[in-house]
Design a protein around this ligand. Structure first.
Ligand code: THU
Length: 161
């Protein structure tokens, strides 16, 4: 028997003003697009903004459906749109924000398992780590790669074995 430990490195900030200008702009875009989310069922409005290597920022928000599983998370809306519009441009970073009861959450909201898997595929596709910025009003958490949030993962290497 062997027991191993996995260490995740998370960088924490108390204010968005401590982030670089580029990351602040990304957070601003994530907040802006959260306001356009379609979430009549959960009333949980998520906004994501994706930074691309060509300088473009792509926004996405959660889109719900009366047939619940037909909806999609903000992160995947943003990533899929970015990949659809700029299929050859690597993704550098994603900022995520969430809003409920008329205000942004104080604590950062991490992406769900399916969104982590999609972000992992995108990292592999463009061979570039994606910085993930989880933005709460009272705390910002940053990981330098989605692998920090999904350290034991399934990817295409396993299909080839
Ligand atoms: N949601 C996201 O958009 N991103 C996440 O990472 C977590 C959950 C959405 C899905 C659904 O519309 C609502 O938040 C409540 O789960």
């Amino acid at each position: 028997m062997k027991k191993t430990q996995i260490i995740t490195t998370v960088i924490e900030y108390d204010s968005v003003n401590e982030l670089s200008q580029q990351d602040q702009l990304l957070v601003k875009n994530a907040k802006e697009t959260a306001l356009n989310s379609y979430a009549p069922y959960s009333k949980f409005n998520v906004g994501a903004a994706v930074q691309l290597n060509n300088g473009e920022i792509i926004q996405g928000n959660n889109q719900e459906n009366s047939a619940y599983p037909s909806g999609l998370c903000a992160e995947r809306v943003a990533i899929f749109y970015a990949n659809a519009k700029f299929p050859n441009v690597p993704v550098q970073a994603i900022a995520i924000t969430a809003r409920t009861n008329g205000s942004f959450l104080e604590t950062p909201v991490p992406p769900c398992g399916s969104c982590r898997q999609v972000l992992l595929e995108t990292e592999a596709r463009y061979k570039q780590p994606i910085k993930v910025i989880l933005c709460g009003e009272k705390k910002i958490k940053i990981v330098e790669s989605i692998r920090e949030l999904l350290p034991i993962f399934f990817d295409k290497e396993m299909l080839d074995e």
